[in-house]
Design a protein around this ligand. Structure first.
Ligand SMILES: CC(C)(COP(=O)(O)OP(=O)(O)OC[C@H]1O[C@@H](n2cnc3c(N)ncnc32)[C@H](O)[C@@H]1OP(=O)(O)O)[C@@H](O)C(=O)NCCC(=O)NCCS
Length: 177
């Protein structure tokens, strides 16, 4: 089983272990870490800062550079408060030019030690359900052309390839099915 949960500073120990598992922030797609002034710092305070950042980023920003979005953490089982965190998922409610060309509606990552257990595929399905609940009928999900794992997850979730732009595969997934 896999669950999406809201970022919660009460889960800081599991969050810290997850952050430490990644080889730096470069692979932490969907985490929102790029909004921080530096790399996320594992620990109680670092987690609290991270959660504050995700809350601050959720509404659209007045300059219009950031669309409204929701950050989730991926939990390994049923999402209970003691459930291990295994990844990140970010659902953008709208597409701007960059997201339409490259980023898509949903970004995600699974911590290295929890990969190849189906978490990304199940989390993406759950993210699609969240998108459907927001009334998003067609969800754009993208991945690098050489990212076999992400590509397979997207295709298992019903992704239909539109094109490949600058090495990015762009898939649309209907949430109506
Ligand atoms: C991409 C990523 C999210 C996949 O997470 P995951 O939980 O391991 O994915 P799943 O277990 O759901 O596997 C999805 C499919 O990819 C396959 N797969 C997983 N890792 C693979 C790998 N390294 N090479 C080839 N296939 C792989 C799985 O076997 C599965 O296919 P199958 O069911 O047909 O066997 C994870 O590797 C990751 O976080 N990578 C770094 C960040 C990233 O690339 N995010 C996506 C941005 S678009």
């Amino acid at each position: 089983m896999t669950a999406l949960v809201a970022p919660d500073a009460g889960r800081w120990q599991s969050w810290s272990a997850m952050i430490s598992d990644f080889d730096g922030p470069g692979e932490m797609h969907g985490s929102g870490e790029w909004n921080l002034s530096g790399p996320p710092v594992p620990g109680r305070d670092g987690c609290a800062a991270f959660v504050t950042m995700t809350e601050r980023c959720s509404p659209a920003d007045p300059a219009g550079t950031r669309v409204p979005s929701t950050y989730f953490w991926i939990a390994a089982d049923d999402g209970a408060t003691d459930d291990e965190l295994v990844g990140f998922l970010h659902l953008r409610h709208e597409l701007n030019d960059f997201l339409l060309a490259e980023g898509g509606h949903i970004g995600y990552a699974v911590r290295p030690s929890a990969r190849r257990r189906g978490h990304a595929t199940r989390a993406l399905r759950l993210g699609l359900a969240e998108a459907a609940a927001l009334g998003i009928a067609e969800v754009l999900v993208t991945c690098d052309d050489d990212n076999t794992a992400s590509r397979r997850a997207i295709e298992k979730c019903g992704g239909v390839l539109e094109d490949v732009r600058d090495g990015k595969r762009r898939y649309w997934i209907s949430t109506r099915a």
